[in-house]
Design a protein. Structure first.
Length: 286
């Protein structure tokens, strides 16, 4: 289970498009993090932009000091970023966290001062690693072309979204941790295609193909989506959002089915999608 990380956008705000998207209360967060820790999930992904997420996580950590989760947060602020990062440590009730990522690539590209501040934060011993959360392969190419040093890269990766895959070998050779998000594409893979808007007409057949594979193999859709990603050995962490305890337990359980998806990997690769109107939920017309 060490490959899993808990995504926490819904710890601090309503989050999601096809899924329920409900903000979790503190009691539910406590239950989920207790269960995650007991099942060797040791990484929590949060962000400045996730509403009260850092505070909610901090409330938990304050009462569970012995649970030394690797925490990764993401920063958008360009004005006095060190102040914001130190405030994140206060919210999280931790003197040090595992990693800090730049959440907005354009803010870095326009002014490298922000990243220099992250490097200073790392040098001070306040975090172990720094890096970027990216949305476009062109952004990663810019970093590589300009020899920008970074330790962690967070990107979307799923049955539909494999835009960054060609970089994986290079990133591994550079010693970069690859963390992937959006493996369930905010619940799109579970949607009833009869209820989806015309916006999704071009990919409804792909969702139906996943459902047919699920029916023929007995593997759940969650297992197919998660283990397709898990089968890529270049990936270090898979960030999953969880809506409730049952959801978390099922995601942990299906990882044991990794070998069952192997015969279907090549067929599933045909589902790769390039249309950003599908891959980016903020473009969805539901």
């Amino acid at each position: 289970m060490e490959k899993l990380a808990i995504g926490t956008a819904n710890f601090g705000m309503n989050y999601g498009s096809v899924n329920s998207g409900q903000k979790l209360n503190q009691d539910m967060v406590t239950e989920l993090l207790d269960y995650a820790w007991s099942n060797d999930i040791k990484t929590i992904d949060t962000a400045e932009a996730y509403g009260e997420s850092e505070t909610v996580i901090g409330n938990y950590l304050k009462k569970n000091i012995e649970k030394n989760f690797d925490i990764i947060t993401k920063i958008i602020s360009t004005e006095n970023p060190l102040k914001q990062l130190n405030q994140s440590l206060v919210y999280l009730h931790r003197p040090k966290i595992h990693g800090v990522l730049i959440h907005n690539f354009e803010s870095f590209k326009n002014d490298h001062t922000l990243y220099n501040q992250l490097l200073e934060f790392k040098k001070s011993g306040s975090c172990n690693k720094v890096g970027f959360s990216l949305y476009y392969p062109e952004e990663l190419q810019f970093l590589i072309d300009n020899n920008v040093p970074f330790d962690i890269l967070q990107i979307a990766f799923s049955l539909f979204d494999r835009r960054f895959e060609s970089f994986f070998q290079t990133l591994n050779e550079l010693g970069v941790e690859i963390h992937v998000r959006s493996v369930f594409l905010q619940g799109l893979f579970f949607a009833d295609t009869n209820k989806l808007s015309p916006h999704f007409d071009k990919i409804k057949w792909k969702i139906e193909k996943i459902k047919r594979l699920s029916d023929s193999t007995g593997l759940s859709i969650a297992s197919i989506c998660l283990n397709f990603v898990n089968s890529n050995d270049h990936i270090h962490k898979i960030i999953i959002g969880v809506e409730n305890m049952d959801n978390l337990k099922k995601n942990i359980q299906v990882l044991s089915e990794k070998e069952m998806i192997v015969p279907h990997i090549e067929s599933l690769k045909d589902l790769s999608e390039k249309d950003l109107n599908i891959l980016f939920p903020h473009y969805w017309k539901t």
